[in-house]
Write a protein that binds this ligand. Structure first.
Ligand code: SF4
Length: 729
C-alpha cells in the first residue's frame, strides 16, 4: 500500500470552513427532521432491494427504533421480507465507520478533503482526465447519484465513472434501449396479479424478490407459472411448468419457441405489422432453430417445447415474461433479454394488463442509477455524444456546456482494465464492495494494488474493499439521510432520515458537497444545497424525455401519493393513476415508434467444462435473509438465524456418488483460479454435471471467471468450469 506524507493542514476559506467543522445543528443531523413527531412514525422506503417496499418507522425521542411494513403502500400492501423487518439493525453495528481514515489511521474531515483534492488533482494534472475514475452503486439516493455524476464529470473533469449496477442491470438497460428506443421497463406490479401466464426466466422471486412473489400469489386468475432455470429453485417448485434447461441454452430455447409460434401460426401479425420492425428478418433467422435441434441443445424434449410454445401463443389472454440475473449475468445476456422481448412482441403481449417483457431490478435504487448516475448515460437518460442533449442538460443544471464530456464513460470492466494497464491511477469507490463481489476476485484485488490512490466511501470501514483504501470516507447509511429511490416498476418514493449517523460519518450527499467546496466548485454547485433541491434539478433534466417527472411537485407529493411511477409530465400532475404501464398506445421510443426485433446466433460460454474441470458452477442467491456480500445482513442476528450457518455446495447425487461424497461431507471445489472447502449438500435440484453455490460467501468470486456480455458489458457470474473432490483430512 502506498503511504502519503502527513498533510499540512490548510485553512479553508468561505463556506468550506463552516462545512468542515461538523456542526450537527448546521447539518440537520442529530436533530429530528422538522416534519417528524419525536414519538410518532415516519413513512419510508426500504433500502435493500428494488421491490421498493414501504416501511413505517417508529420513533422514540426522535430516533427510529423499529420498522414495520406500511399497510397503505401500493407496492407491498402491508408485507415485508425479513430484510425489511430488520432494516434498522445494520445501523447499530459495532464496526460502523466513525471517522475518515488515511492509510488506516483515523483523521479528520479537513485533512481527508485536503488529501482527496490534492491527490486527485495531482493524478489528473500529470496523467490527464481519464486517469481518475469512480465506481458507484445502486444503494445511494438518486439525488446523491446525480450529485456525484455532476461533481465528478462536470466539476472535477473526470470522464469515467460507472456503478455496481453494471453487475446486475446493464443488460436490461442495453436490451431495452436497443429494442424500445429507451431504457423503459414497461410493467407495473399489478401485472403480477393480472396475468394468465407468468414466465420467469433466470429468476427466483420466491427468495430474491419475495414481496413480488407475494403479488403473484395474490393473482386470482389461477395462472400458469412457467419457470426456465437449470436448477429446481424455490420458484420452480411452485411452478406449473419447470424447464430445467442446460445452463446458458436459454437463447437457443427462446429462438426455438419463436420458430414454433411462427410455424403454428400463433403470432399476433397485426401487432407485428403495425408496431414493430425487423420481424421478417427475425422470422427467417429462427428457421434455423427447429424443435429437434433446440431439444438437443437445451436438454428438453420436443413435446416440452411444444407445450411451452402453446402456453404463450396468441389466443392465451395475458402472458407476462419476467427475467432477472440468470439472464442478465450471462456471456450473451443482451441478446437473451431481447429474445424475451421478441416473444412478447410477436405475441402482442405488451402495453396491456398482465403482459410485458419485464426485467426485475436488483438494488433499491438501480433504477435511479439508470436515469441519474451520469455514467454511461448523460443525466435524465440523455446521450453524451448528442450535442443537443448536452446543451439541454447544461441549461437544465445551469452549467456551461463545455463542462459536459462528449463521450460516455468506459464500462466497469473497462475501467478495471484501465487500472490494470496503468492508464487509470486513481479510483473512488462509493458504497460497494467489489473486492468481494467482482468476478475473478484475485485479478480484481491485484489490479487495485496498482493504483496510486484508492478512495473508498462506505458505512463500514471493515469491508474487504475499504481495508485496501488509502483514504476512507465514513458515510451515513439508509435511514440516516433523505432522498428518493426508484423501484423496479419505475416508482419514485422518498426514503427518510430517522437516525443520526454515528461519529463523524456524513451522508454521501454531504460528502459530495464537501468535496465540491474543497475542489473550488462552491459557486458551480451553489444550487445543490439539499437532496430536495437536487431533486428539482434532476426533474428539469427529465423534461420531454420518456422518463419525464416534471409533474412531481416535491417530496410531499411523492409521500402523499404512495410513490409515483415515471413518467409524470407536468400536464398530468393532478390526474394520474397509481399503477401505470408503458406502451398502452403501442408507441415505442424509437424514431419510427416501432419496437425492434434484434437477434444474433447463440455462442458458447467462454469457459466450458473439460476433463480437468468437468462440472459447471452456477451461483445465485441463498435465502431471502441474505443480501449480496452480506455487508449489512450479516450484522443482524435475526437474519443470520434465517440463513444457513455454513456455506454449502449443492451437488447432484450422481456426481456425488462418483466422488464418494456423502451429504454433509467436506469437499473442495476448484476452478482454474482458486479453490474453496465447504460442506456438500446432495440435491437432485441441480442436474448432473452442475453444482450450485450461494453467492454470498466472500470466497465464491475467487472461483468465477472474468467474462462479460459484449453489448452490456455485464459480467457472466453463472457459468464457469470446476471440479469437486472429497476433502481428505
Ligand atoms: Fe426490502 Fe426488498 Fe424485502 Fe421489500 S422485498 S422489504 S424492498 S428487501
Amino acid at each position: 500500500m502506498i503511504t502519503f506524507p502527513a498533510p499540512t493542514f490548510r485553512e479553508w476559506s468561505g463556506p468550506l470552513t463552516e462545512d468542515l467543522v461538523r456542526d450537527p445543528a448546521k447539518f440537520g443531523l442529530g436533530q429530528i427532521p422538522r416534519r417528524l413527531q419525536p414519538n410518532g412514525t415516519a413513512k419510508s422506503i426500504c433500502g435493500f432491494c428494488s421491490t421498493g417496499c414501504g416501511l413505517t418507522l417508529h420513533l422514540k425521542d426522535g430516533v427510529a427504533i423499529n420498522a414495520t411494513p406500511d399497510p397503505d403502500y401500493p407496492v407491498n400492501k402491508g408485507t415485508a421480507c425479513p430484510k425489511g423487518w430488520e432494516a434498522l439493525t445494520p445501523l447499530d453495528a459495532a464496526d460502523r465507520a466513525k471517522t475518515p481514515k488515511l492509510n488506516g489511521e483515523p483523521t479528520d474531515w479537513a485533512t481527508a478533503m485536503q488529501i482527496f483534492c490534492d491527490r486527485m488533482k495531482s493524478v489528473m494534472a500529470e496523467h490527464g482526465p481519464e486517469s481518475a475514475a469512480y465506481i458507484s452503486t445502486g444503494q445511494i439516493m438518486s439525488e446523491e447519484m446525480g450529485f456525484l455524476g455532476a461533481l465528478a464529470k462536470f466539476g472535477m473533469g473526470m470522464i469515467h465513472g460507472d456503478g455496481n449496477t453494471r453487475q446486475c442491470m446493464a443488460t436490461a438497460v442495453t436490451a431495452y434501449k436497443e429494442s424500445f428506443g429507451f431504457d423503459a421497463p414497461p410493467f407495473t406490479y399489478a401485472d403480477f396479479e393480472e396475468s394468465d401466464v407468468l414466465v420467469f426466466i433466470g429468476a427466483n422471486p420466491c427468495i430474491a424478490h419475495p414481496i413480488m412473489w407475494q403479488r403473484v400469489l395474490r393473482n386470482k386468475r389461477q395462472p400458469q407459472i412457467i419457470v426456465v432455470d437449470p436448477r429446481t429453485t424455490e420458484t420452480a417448485m411452485a411452478a406449473t411448468q419447470h424447464y430445467a434447461i442446460q445452463p446458458k441454452s436459454d437463447l437457443t430455447l427462446l429462438y426455438g419457441l419463436a420458430y414454433l409460434l411462427i410455424r403454428d401460426g400463433a403470432v399476433d401479425t397485426t401487432f407485428v405489422e403495425e408496431h414493430t420492425s425487423g420481424y421478417a428478418e427475425f422470422a427467417e433467422f429462427v428457421q434455423s432453430y427447429p424443435p429437434e435441434q433446440v431439444a438437443s441443445i437445451t436438454g428438453l424434449t420436443v413435446t416440452q417445447l411444444q407445450t411451452f410454445a402453446d402456453s404463450i401463443r396468441i389466443g392465451t389472454p395475458r402472458v407476462s415474461f419476467w427475467w432477472t440475473m440468470g439472464v442478465n449475468q450471462s456471456h450473451q445476456a443482451t441478446r437473451t433479454a431481447q429474445a424475451i422481448i421478441n416473444l412478447a412482441l410477436m405475441t402482442g403481449n405488451i402495453g396491456k394488463s398482465g403482459t410485458g417483457a419485464n426485467s426485475i431490478t436488483g438494488q433499491c435504487n438501480a433504477m435511479g442509477s439508470r436515469l441519474f448516475s451520469n455514467t454511461t448515460n448523460l443525466i435524465g437518460g440523455h446521450d453524451f455524444k448528442n450535442p443537443a442533449h448536452r446543451e439541454k442538460v447544461a441549461e437544465a443544471i445551469g452549467f456551461p456546456v463545455e463542462s459536459i464530456p462528449d463521450q460516455p464513460s468506459l464500462a466497469y470492466d473497462q475501467i478495471l482494465e484501465g487500472v490494470e494497464s496503468g492508464k487509470i491511477k486513481a479510483l473512488w469507490i462509493i458504497a460497494t464492495n467489489p473486492s468481494h463481489s467482482w468476478i475473478n476476485q484475485k485479478r480484481f484485488n491485484d489490479l487495485l494494488n496498482k493504483l496510486d490512490f484508492l478512495v473508498v466511501q462506505d458505512m463500514y470501514d471493515t469491508t474487504e474493499t475499504a481495508q485496501r483504501a488509502h483514504l476512507f470516507l465514513p458515510a451515513a447509511a439508509w435511514g440516516e439521510k433523505e432522498g428518493t429511490f426508484i423501484n423496479s416498476e419505475r416508482r419514485l418514493g422518498v426514503s427518510r432520515q430517522v437516525r443520526r449517523a454515528p461519529g463523524q460519518a456524513l451522508s454521501d450527499f454531504r460528502i459530495f458537497r464537501l468535496i465540491a467546496h474543497a475542489w473550488g466548485l462552491a459557486d458551480q454547485f451553489a444550487e445543490w444545497t439539499s437532496p430536495e433541491a437536487v431533486f428539482q434539478i434532476l426533474k428539469r433534466c427529465t423534461q420531454d424525455q420518456p422518463c419525464d417527472i416534471t409533474g412531481i411537485e416535491d417530496y410531499a407529493m411523492l409521500q402523499k401519493s404512495g410513490g409515483i411511477q415515471w413518467p409524470l409530465k407536468k400536464a398530468h400532475a393532478t390526474d394520474f393513476q397509481t399503477e401505470r404501464r408503458l406502451f398502452s398506445d403501442a408507441q415505442f421510443f424509437t424514431p419510427d415508434q416501432r419496437a425492434r426485433f434484434i437477434f444474433d446466433p447463440p455462442e458458447s460460454p467462454t469457459e466450458l467444462p473439460d476433463d480437468d474441470y468437468p462440472l459447471i458452477l452456477i451461483t445465485g442467491r441463498g435465502t431471502s435473509a441474505q443480501w449480496h456480500t452480506e455487508t449489512r445482513t450479516a450484522k443482524s442476528e435475526v437474519l443470520k438465524k434465517l440463513a444457513p450457518s455454513e456455506v454449502y455446495l449443492e451437488i447432484h447425487p450422481e456426481d456425488a456418488s462418483a466422488q464418494k461424497i456423502r451429504d454433509g461431507d467436506r469437499v473442495t471445489i476448484q476452478s482454474r483460479r482458486a479453490s474453496m472447502t465447504l460442506k456438500a449438500r446432495i440435491s437432485p435440484g441441480v442436474s448432473p454435471g452442475q453444482v450450485f453455490l450461494p453467492m454470498h460467501d466472500k470466497r465464491v468470486n475467487q472461483l468465477t471467471h472474468w467474462s462479460v456480455d459484449p453489448h452490456s458489458r455485464q459480467p457472466s457470474y453463472k457459468h464457469c468450469a470446476v471440479k469437486v473432490v472429497l476433502k481428505l483430512d
